[in-house]
Design a protein around this ligand. Structure first.
Ligand SMILES: Nc1ncnc2c1ncn2[C@@H]1O[C@H](COP(=O)(O)OP(=O)(O)OP(=O)(O)O)[C@@H](O)[C@H]1O
Ligand SMILES: [Mg+2]
Length: 247
């Protein structure tokens, strides 16, 4: 479903060149919940953004659903990107639009006729249990509710993949749990492949089928969560999983 082949990304910084992603290859299966963990600066967000080419790799191939993204024209890429929804730590909601209009926004961008938007928006809001809040503005919502609006907005175009960059980092443990449950629901009920970047081991442990451990731009190990995570090989993965550590 998602195939990353030898992805490399270097940034020019004031102190020289910085290799943010270093020769990473990974295959994410259709229907999987796949996590990326690692310390700050490991390259997790950069790699995630390479999947929908928000960040263009200097080298390497990105295939999504059999389509070679790196070879697409700008116009074709915009179309293909509709297969991929994304959510962020800070929700990125439109403050001047109510919940309904926030969720409807991607449909507007995709030129879905106004008459047929309502049905899609209502369906998405129902999945995150926010039908009652459709007329409220983001300022009136809790952090967890804002993230649920962001999830509804991300799935309204019926994408095949949902990319999540630290979706629960700004939330308390209880709300984190609830957001993870909603992501699991999106995965199981809608069949959407979910890719999560997180610092939180508990998050990884609870929702992910597999977790890739990143360090200094490299993917150092992929751990299957259903098998015992104590099978982790690398010192970093052992520390994160077995010692019950967090980052
Ligand atoms: N646009 C950019 N320009 C220059 N350097 C960048 C840019 N984006 C990221 N970097 C650098 O690339 C490295 C990887 O960054 P990235 O944001 O991917 O890490 P991360 O694993 O997501 O970290 P965090 O857990 O803190 O979010 C870091 O050293 C970062 O400073
Ligand atoms: Mg990041």
């Amino acid at each position: 479903m998602i195939q990353l082949n030898n992805i490399n990304k270097t940034y020019k910084t004031s102190s020289g060149l910085l290799k943010a992603v270093d020769a990473v290859s990974v295959h994410i299966e259709k229907g999987e919940v796949f996590g990326f963990i690692g310390f700050s600066g490991a390259g997790k967000s950069t790699l995630l953004r390479c999947i929908n080419l928000l960040e263009r790799p200097d080298e390497g191939g990105v295939q999504v659903d059999g389509e070679d993204f790196t070879g697409l024209s700008k116009k074709e890429l915009l179309k293909q990107r509709q297969k991929i929804g994304m959510i962020f730590q800070n929700y990125n909601l439109l403050q001047n639009a109510n919940v309904f209009d926030n969720v409807a926004f991607p449909l507007e961008i995709a030129h879905v006729p106004k008459e047929s938007r309502r049905e899609h928006v209502e369906k998405s809001l129902a999945i995150v249990d926010l039908s009652e809040k459709a007329r409220d503005y983001p300022a009136k919502l809790s952090g967890g509710q804002k993230q649920r609006v962001a999830i509804a907005r991300a799935i309204v175009t019926e994408p095949k993949i949902l990319l999540c960059d630290e979706p629960t980092s700004a939330l308390d443990p209880q709300t984190t749990q609830s957001i993870l449950e909603y992501l699991k629901r999106v995965n199981q009920d809608l069949g959407i492949t979910v890719v999560i970047v997180t610092h939180e081991m508990e998050a990884a442990r609870h929702v992910c089928d597999r977790v890739a451990v990143m360090e200094h731009g490299k993917l150092i190990e992929t751990v299957t969560m259903s098998a015992s995570s104590s099978l982790a090989q690398s010192d970093l993965a052992k520390m994160l999983f077995v010692d019950g550590g967090g980052i």
